[in-house]
Write a protein that binds this ligand. Structure first.
Ligand code: XLS
Ligand code: NI
Ligand code: NI
Length: 442
């Protein structure tokens, strides 16, 4: 059996991070994340289901458009690409287990580097799949979701499923088939489609309606393939409004839901909501969660945060307790994630060059979500918050309001009721009261 922590032990100076309670001053301990603690009837870890993102944590060396990478990962140094992929997986299992987590998420070409042909890439994937299976056997580490990178290779510069060239669409199909096979072989619980370059740079050269039809056809064939081969998990679409294209077709939750319904895909797909994508779309994170939950499609989340001043996907680790408390209020009161969890789609800054920075980043994010969960539990179970919200709609709980909800009142009847009742009294929305309430519990 292959050990969880390999011979090389990449994070030697770091011991397993554990719960030490709110009073601890150990920067590498959890103050709030107490995995087995019961919160509203189930263990905290089952509410949160944290996952590590392979691409940021083990592949992203800090390169940006202005400069090369700043991090030289010890697991990326071997001469042989297969050895590099195994080393990277050793580093991943070590970090995940030292953080006390159980899940990771990957793109096909995070696990291995893309080969010079499809056949070579397939061989590499096969190799790392077998290696991962061995490592998983001796651990409780699992795959929250897999996906395919359909955006890095130049062949996808005009999109993958929405590429105007059928040959590229077929190539993308082959890649998704392999990524689904890999996800299945690793017992992955979900499969994600983020629309990498599915969108346009200019409408002058784009037949939007034809591209949308192609996207839907592609998704339905991918979903069908997975089901035929025994995939029981959930398919997620991850909305994002822009970047890398000027306009991404999966703009936001509402757009994606409309798209899924139009093409009859809404039974098989749910949403993976990413914080920084929500804010790029001009929404709050909580807004996107509410939109998804309203349709019973809140599948999973990609945790990170944007920057208030920058208009791109900065993918920073979360640090705003108010934002997360609002989010956890929605997540908890809507019954949690449908199949998914919390994937840290976040990266340390380019100038965070120590390996230990990766730990600080995750420990902070994990603890903040745990804290938000505990605060939201308190607000929902022992504050006036649920009542205030309920009261606000109480005029629909009986009488004419209830008749209206049931479709029993015509517009003429509304006219008649209003004519008899006079000017409605003003009722405060009490926003400041509620904001203070959240801060009181925080
Ligand atoms: C990019 C996306 C990407 C997906 C997975 O902005 O967030 O990382 O989560 O393809
Ligand atoms: Ni993401
Ligand atoms: Ni993103």
């Amino acid at each position: 059996m292959t050990a969880i922590i390999g011979d090389k032990e990449y994070f030697k100076e770091i011991s397993p991070v554990s719960y030490e309670g709110p009073e601890s001053d150990n920067p590498l301990a959890y103050r709030f994340y107490d995995p087995e603690k019961t919160v509203m009837g189930k263990p905290m870890k089952d509410h949160l289901r944290f996952a590590i993102a392979y691409w940021h944590t083990f592949c992203n060396d800090g390169g940006d458009p202005f400069g090369v990478g700043t991090r030289t990962f010890p697991w990326s140094q071997a001469a042989d690409p297969l050895q590099r992929s195994r080393d990277k997986m050793d580093a991943a299992f070590e970090l995940i287990s030292k953080l006390g987590l159980e899940y990771f998420c990957f793109h096909d070409y995070d696990l291995v580097e893309e080969g010079s042909s499809l056949a070579e890439s397939e061989k590499r994937l096969q190799h790392i799949t077998e290696y991962a299976q061995q490592k998983m056997k001796g651990s409780n580490i699992k795959v929250l979701w897999g996906t395919a990178n359909l955006f890095s290779n130049p062949r996808y510069m005009n999109g993958a499923a929405t590429n105007p060239d059928f040959e590229v669409v077929a190539y993308a199909g082959a890649q998704v088939k392999n990524a689904i096979d890999t996800t299945l072989a690793l017992g992955g619980e979900n499969y994600v489609f983020w629309g990498g370059r599915e969108g346009y740079l200019s409408l002058l050269n784009t037949d939007m309606s034809r591209e949308l039809d192609h996207l839907a056809m592609f998704l339905s064939k991918a979903a069908e393939y997975g089901r035929k081969n025994g995939f029981k998990g959930t398919y997620f679409i991850e909305p994002k409004p822009m970047e890398p294209t000027k306009h991404q077709y999966d703009y936001d939750a509402a757009t994606v839901i409309g798209f899924l319904k139009k093409y009859g895909l809404d039974k098989d797909f749910k949403l993976n909501i990413e914080v920084n994508h929500a804010t790029l779309a001009g929404h709050t994170f909580q807004h996107e969660l509410e939109v998804a939950a309203a349709e019973n499609m809140l599948g999973s989340i990609d945790a990170n945060r944007g920057d208030y001043q920058n208009g791109w996907d900065t993918d920073q680790f979360p640090h705003d307790i108010f934002e997360l408390t609002e989010a956890m209020l929605t997540i908890l009161s809507k019954g949690g994630f449908q199949g998914g969890g919390i994937n840290f789609d976040a990266k340390t800054r380019r100038n965070s060059t120590d390996l230990v920075d990766i730990f600080h980043a995750h420990v902070g994010g994990i603890d903040l979500f745990a804290k938000a969960l505990l605060i939201a539990e308190k607000i929902l179970t022992s504050s006036e918050y649920p009542d205030i919200r309920k009261q606000r709609y109480s005029s629909f709980d009986g009488g004419n309001g209830s008749d209206f909800e049931q479709g029993k009142l015509s517009l003429e009847e509304l006219h008649k009721l209003a004519s008899g009742a006079g000017e409605p009294a003003l009722r405060s929305g009490r926003q400041e009261y509620l904001e203070n309430l959240l801060n009181r519990f925080i």
